[in-house]
Design a binder for this molecule. Structure first.
Ligand code: PMP
Length: 632
């Protein structure tokens, strides 16, 4: 900065008396006007809302003290309780014995304009005006950033560095009053500026600052004077050095928003499973949450086949299929799938997701068009996007719309129509004969995802062609991960389609060949299914029993498969009902956005062949009771 007179330039903006935004800079006289304008601009564009009052001020400041910034670190915590435990450790290391009580005081700081100043030992309030608190102000960073842009992290670091340089201050704790921003920090001399990823739970409005002071009472006034009036310029590290903490900011904010909207997903650890029973969170529940429709995932014979293959071939296949990754279990399974599906050939992929992604992106590209049902699985949607082809989304199951849209796509090199056979969140089914007729008439490739149809639909579980006694789509996609209880995906079709995929599908070419245990497990399960369709019949009977029991309890549900959706609507309500069912011993997950549309949250019950009649009727009664509990 030059020898010109320096000014502290400040902006505070509010809306109906509520703080919206605030910022400040220390600038030479020649930059006062432009800084005031930039700060006003920033106030007017604040995301918290349009202010109705903007206070702009420029005071000449005396001599400026230059101080180094505190070192920065981040502590990742799972929740606010852990966040406070870590904050407490740091404050204790700074000699604050009653650190735990500091947390509770944030209920009071919320309404204050400044910070609370506490005696670090007795936690007595030291500010002359407790309603206003103490304002740390007259500070800036030596690294200039545009005044009209908020740099949350840099501004907080400047403030904390000034506060900790004040005489007698041993610590600061800060929590944003934004209910969606849960990250806070603790600043101490020993640990520096330490961001803690969660100091409150989303939705909590508490927030503010607390400064901790240790020293003589007669010196408190000098400390407050330093905090409020002394001009301080903080030598913050260069933006590059700070890049790590700042780039995580937007992620953390978004995570908080996800949680606040009731959309946070959690992985739950399953400690054991046996048939339709599953142990989670220390309890055993009857599970309606697995795609292992026919129970092969925990079948001893299937497991033995998988284990035996690993003993013979080892674990990883060591290379991609086109290098040295094609082992006998891969080839054997591909032949077996083709025979079961009544096609000339098939190709396996490591997952069903890859099968859709790789197949669609291989078959169509720029200059082609893909027509996709509005409720298709995410892996199909992603395949369409990745392909670079034009994508036309037609209304769910609307074959007239598909017909009409295909009619206007004649100019494209290739046309591909793709649909789930059984829709994974609705349990309804494609009218395959109609789909095939429309596709053939327009000379379009037809592709059907039978992830939830194999082993479920058709008298012997062969899928939609069996159910409708009609021909096959050009590409019959399916998974090994559901009724076959293993892992992987496949596409069955005629020789040229499958050969084309072997030459062009990138997951086949560039990813290590699918897992041997999965291949052998799927092969054993498929052999069992082929040899004895009785589990399919039991599954289909169980679905009828469950839907009828729901109807008897006043819950309307329908399905063409083993997926029974129970529509709730509101995301939080769906979570509540699912939680209530868990208390009653049933695991029926809530499905929310983005898996289904906003406001279309539902319970998704997946029926298995080994659910007992008692499980099904009791679960249906529990669903009705849990839904009604709220209506009362
Ligand atoms: N298609 C559909 C319709 C699915 O439901 C799923 C799995 N949820 C997949 C494809 C992807 O299969 P995988 O889980 O084997 O990757």
């Amino acid at each position: 900065m030059s020898s010109e007179r320096l000014f502290g330039v400040k902006m505070r903006a509010s809306q109906e008396g509520r703080h919206v935004s605030g910022a400040e800079r220390i600038v030479p006289a020649s930059r006062v006007a432009q800084t005031l304008a930039a700060l006003a601009d920033r106030a007017l564009r604040h995301s918290k809302g349009e202010p109705d009052f903007i206070n702009l001020k420029a005071d000449a400041v005396g001599e400026v003290v230059r101080i180094p910034s505190l070192p920065v670190s981040t502590v990742e915590v799972a929740d606010a309780a852990e966040g406070w435990a870590r904050a407490e450790e740091m404050l204790k290391a700074a000699g604050v014995a009653r650190a735990r009580e500091v947390c509770g005081l944030f209920r009071e700081t919320y309404s204050m304009r400044g910070a609370m100043l506490l005696d670090a030992d007795t936690l007595e309030r030291l500010e002359p005006n407790p309603e206003r608190g103490v304002r740390a102000t007259n500070m800036d960073s030596a690294v200039s950033s545009p005044a009209n842009v908020k740099n949350h992290f840099a501004e907080a670091l400047v403030l904390a560095s000034k506060v900790l340089s004040a005489p007698g201050i041993v610590g600061e704790v800060c929590m944003s009053d934004d209910p969606n921003y849960v990250t806070g920090y603790v600043a101490t001399r020993r640990f520096g500026y330490c961001r803690i990823t969660k100091l409150k739970e989303p939705g909590d409005e508490a927030g503010g600052r607390i400064f901790l002071y240790r020293g003589r009472r007669e010196d408190v006034a000098a400390t407050i004077d330093y905090l409020e009036r002394r001009a301080v310029v903080v030598e913050t590290p260069s933006p590059d050095a700070n890049a790590a903490p700042r780039r995580f900011d937007s992620l953390e904010r978004e995570l908080s928003e996800i949680a606040a909207a009731g959309l946070r997903r959690e992985t739950r650890m399953v400690s054991s499973r046996s048939g339709c029973h599953i142990a989670v969170g220390g309890r055993t529940l009857v599970s309606f949450a697995s795609n292992d429709y026919l129970g092969y995932a925990s079948d001893a014979e299937v497991a033995e086949a998988a284990a035996d293959a690993v003993r013979r071939h080892g674990t990883g296949s060591g290379a991609s299929r086109l290098v040295t990754g094609t082992l006998t279990p891969h080839v054997g399974l591909e032949r077996q799938i083709a025979a079961f599906k009544g096609s000339a050939d098939s190709i396996v992929y490591a997952t069903g997701y890859m099968a859709n992604l790789g197949t669609i992106a291989a078959l169509v590209g720029r200059g082609d068009v893909v027509l996709s049902d509005a409720l298709n699985h995410a892996s199909i949607i992603d395949g369409c996007r990745l392909s670079g082809a034009d994508v036309v989304v037609y209304p769910h199951l609307d074959m007239d719309a598909l017909d009409g849209r295909l009619a206007s796509c004649r100019a494209y090199r290739r046309r591909l129509a793709v649909s789930d056979g059984v829709f994974s969140m609705d349990g309804d089914m494609l009218d395959l004969p109609r789909f095939l007729e429309v596709c053939r008439r327009h000379d379009a490739f037809s592709m059907v995802d039978e992830a939830h149809a194999l082993g479920v639909v058709g008298a012997t579980g062969r899928g939609l062609s069996e159910r409708f006694a009609c021909g096959h789509p050009d590409l019959m996609m399916g998974t090994l991960s559901k009724a076959l209880g293993a892992e992987g995906g496949y596409v069955a079709g005629n020789a040229s389609v499958v050969e084309y995929l072997r030459q062009r599908a990138r997951p086949f070419m560039f990813s290590t060949a699918p897992d041997i245990a999965a291949m052998a497990g799927a092969a054993a399960a498929l052999a069992r299914l082929d040899g004895d369709p009785s589990r399919v019949r039991r599954l289909q009977a169980n679905v009828r029993t469950f839907v009828a029991a729901l109807a008897e309890n006043g819950i309307a549900a329908k399905t063409d498969s083993a997926i029974v959706p129970i529509l709730i609507g509101d995301e939080c309500e769906a979570m509540r009902v699912s939680g209530e069912l868990e208390k009653r011993g049933f695991l029926i997950p809530a499905i929310r956005y983005p898996t289904v549309a906003h406001g279309a949250a539902r319970l998704r019950a997946a029926v298995r062949y080994d659910h007992g009649e008692e499980d099904l009727t009791a679960a249906a009664a529990a669903v009705a009771a849990a839904v009604r509990q709220h209506d009362d």
